[in-house]
Design a protein around this ligand. Structure first.
Ligand code: TXA
Ligand code: MG
Length: 323
């Protein structure tokens, strides 16, 4: 299969995307977090193509993307005042809500579970696509399973070329990390995956504290919480100071990624890139740096430990899963 890349926000590209979806096909589209791989959420055969293209295990449920809150409410049961509060505060945007699923959401979307994840993305092209298709889209990140998520169209092409017919190119993602996943399906709200919407932002809106559920292998409720996930294809080590790394630099070539610290050329054996020392900007560029790191002629990727503090939580979380 040939994979076309089209500038996403044009009538021609959107018409082609809608044609593919109506015919039960799949395509990649930009969101503000990372690129998604979409199928009509109500069409089980189309959703099966998403699992196949990614090589995704059938027990890992997908997020359903909706045009607005009302469309999201149609996909769930038990929408309540808490849901209203967070949806009004953070949608459209990088927050996913887990709630009891509506009867017409197919089992394949929820991996057979009784809950469904829903989100209203803010990216202009995602919104244009949802507005034209008029139905919710089930979409995981647009990468092969166990690879780093794509934060630009080139990353999608690298991972899925030949496996999908179309990529809508909407430029680099402005958030750059996957959405925060908040489970509101019980009376005890919990964050299942950290992201740009922080724990304290959610607590401020709900007016009470919200737990963070660490992955329990006995109860894999959200595979996003799995200990190892989102990993580059080369071993990753985290370090405190550049000196620590350089003292121990082994014989082989390495990649070095820092936050803020700008270094002079170190050695021919070191491929080096500095990310911003500000969490929003660093998140936006992190996956690009990791995709770049994978392509370098080097054996190990060394990444500086980010600062402490909540604004760095999501970055620290993703890095900890790469070890
Ligand atoms: O930002 C994002 O969320 C991106 C864009 C494309 O929207 N999507 C994304 O999808 O990251 P994916 O499939 O890579 O991650 C979805 C996460 C997984 O950790 C999955 O286990 C969790 O959401 N999830 C989906 N449905 C769930 C459910 N019913 N209960 C608990 N976790 C669920
Ligand atoms: Mg993913």
């Amino acid at each position: 299969m040939k994979t076309a890349v089209m500038h996403g926000n044009t009538p021609r590209a959107l018409a082609e995307a809608v044609r593919i979806l109506k015919a039960g096909g799949i395509l990649a589209f930009p969101s503000e977090t990372v690129y998604g791989l979409a199928a009509d959420a109500k069409n089980s055969e189309a959703v099966a193509k998403v699992f196949a293209a990614k090589g995704r295990p059938a027990n890992n449920p997908l997020i359903v993307h909706c045009y607005d809150q009302s469309a999201a409410q149609d996909c769930v049961k038990g929408w309540n005042a808490r849901c209203d509060a967070v949806a009004q505060a953070f949608w459209p945007g990088p927050l996913t809500l887990v709630l009891a699923k509506a009867d017409d959401i197919p089992d394949i979307v929820t991996a057979g579970g009784t809950t469904v994840a829903v989100r209203v993305p803010s990216h202009i092209t995602a919104r244009a696509l949802l507005a034209r298709y008029k139905k919710p889209l089930a979409a995981p990140s647009a990468n092969r399973s166990n690879e780093i998520s794509p934060s630009c169209a080139e990353h999608v092409l690298k991972s899925l070329e030949g496996r999908i017919p179309l990529i809508l190119d909407g430029g680099p993602c402005t958030v750059g990390l996957e959405s925060t996943v908040l489970d509101l399906s019980s009376s005890n709200p919990r964050i299942l995956r950290q992201g740009a919407i922080s724990q304290s932002q959610i607590e401020a809106v709900l007016g009470h504290s919200v737990g963070l559920t660490n992955f329990d292998p006995q109860n894999p409720r959200s595979p996003g919480m799995m200990q190892r996930h989102y990993a580059p294809s080369k071993p990753v080590h985290l370090f405190d100071t550049v000196d620590d790394v350089l003292e121990g630099v082994p014989n082989g070539k390495i990649v070095l990624i820092t936050f803020g610290e700008s270094l002079a050329k170190i050695s021919d054996k070191v491929r080096y890139r500095a990310l911003p020392d500000e969490p929003t900007a660093a998140a936006r560029q992190l996956y690009k740096a990791l995709h770049w790191a994978e392509e370098q002629d080097a054996e190990i990727i060394y990444i500086q430990k980010p600062n402490r503090g909540e604004p760095w939580d999501a970055i620290r979380d993703r890095l900890s899963r790469m070890l």
